[in-house]
Design a protein around this ligand. Sequence first.
Ligand code: C5P
Length: 229
Amino acid sequence: MTFVRNPVILALDVDTIEDARKILDHVGDMIGGVKVGPRLVYKYGASLVQEFSEIAPVFVDNKYFDIPSTMESAVRASFQAGATLVTVHALAGLVALTGLAALEIELNRIRPFKILAVTILTSWENSSFPENFHSWTVENHVRSLSQLVYRSGLRGLVCSGHELEFLSQKDFFKVVPGIRLSSDEAQDQKRVMTPKQAMKSGAQALVVGRTILKSTQPRQTILEILESC
Ligand code: C5P
């Protein structure tokens, strides 16, 4: 079952629905999906998700992290708004994730829907970790949390391109942000990867923001990414 139309998920990192619409009018037919987060969702609510889901599959990236019943309600509400992909934190634990895996099965009877677990935020490095995490490296946390996700029955992960290598043995649907064309600057992303490298390493979909949003020729840029995948 496919959750996106092609591997390019556009991160709609803009402040207004007008800006978002302008971009989608221009490139909506070319992208595999569109990612929205609190920046737009809290401002415009569920109707924004509904509207954009008519253009492309919507990835609601609100990274839910709460008690199991609250996470399930949040995920269900996102689905009802029109989301095809949503993110939750793996750190919420096995009980929460197992409940979400059952919910995912239920919702897939209605239409394709995937829950993506986030392990360790890529903005965290060994040096900037909260102290109680210090006895393990970032990589070990990612390994352990991805195994937890797998045990829960969920098969969706958001991970950095560099984590793909040690996750490749698992049949996860892997969504990778931090993508840059070789001509781009990394900006605030610490560890970036080209679309080609990420797809070769086992990504199923890529989250791409500024490379497309700041391009003077966004359609050409998307084409370039798709051709390189
Ligand atoms: O502009 P850029 O391509 O760096 O945008 C990346 C997008 O992916 C942003 O929306 C960012 O919030 C998101 N993201 C990320 N790293 C993660 C998870 C999500 O960059 N680990």
